[in-house]
Design a protein around this ligand. Sequence first.
Ligand code: GLN
Length: 306
Amino acid sequence: MKDLIKGAYEEGIKFADEGVVADYIPELAKEDKSKAGVVLINKDGDIFEAGEVEKTFSIQSIVKVVAYLVALEEIDPERISEAIGVKPTALPFNSVLDVELGGGKPRNPYVNAGAMAVTGLLYEKFGDDTLDLVLNKVRDLADRDSIEVSESIYESERDTAFNNRAIFYMMVARGVFNEDMPVDKVANMYFRNCSILVNAKDLARISSVIANDGLDVVSGKRKFDEKYGRTLRTVMAMCGMYDNSGEFALKVGLPAKSGVGGGIISASPEGIGIGTYCPGLDEAGNSLVGQKMLEIITDELDLYIY
Ligand code: GLN
């Protein structure tokens, strides 16, 4: 296993030049796309790693899975399905058109509209206490209390997020949320969650807990009710790699979720969790080297679920 992970890293990093760093959030343009890391945790809790596994980067859209988990735990399922779909989409993760075509209802919880809607649902119940709910859940799943938010990435995203704000206002315009929803404030909570700093090890820990239906096989602690594992993984498989979820399913064949910070979490129902990192992205916003490394690992271990 050690050699496999090392080999996947060495092969994957050859593609580092081909990726493009996200620059629509100005702070993210500073990331170094020659850095990559991969961590795999098997079902006995053994950890295998290669590359830059301690280097932190912003979690970005991977936090959508964690926020969705908090919603599943805390919000009435009928309210969730009234506000957010579970449909794969052929449009980009930040598409205003997709929200409009859906009558204001986000296609799924793993596009921007869906994650902002999740934050809105939590705000309806928890008000200002929503702020740290998701951060604390990330800390718990990754088993690292020192996880923090990057203020510079948060401010950079907050100050340039006109498209995301338009999406949130459209959800109000179409009645998914009522008019007293403080859109700017709740959108800022979502941006703050996207700016949480993690490393590849943290992502592997989170992946491993999702792979094992809420059991943290490293610490032996239960992190969430086992009934949510299947839901998280199913929506990851359908929607986790945005409009390239189908292509990713053909190539890698595992439930996964990416973020424009360069991370990917990937959870095999056989109990294996994999976290990858490399900030160069493909055209859909998914880490290019991360996908290459996953392709090699899943092929070698025959983890393809379909
Ligand atoms: N914070 C990013 C945004 O809202 C998250 C997008 C992503 O990782 N795909 O645009």
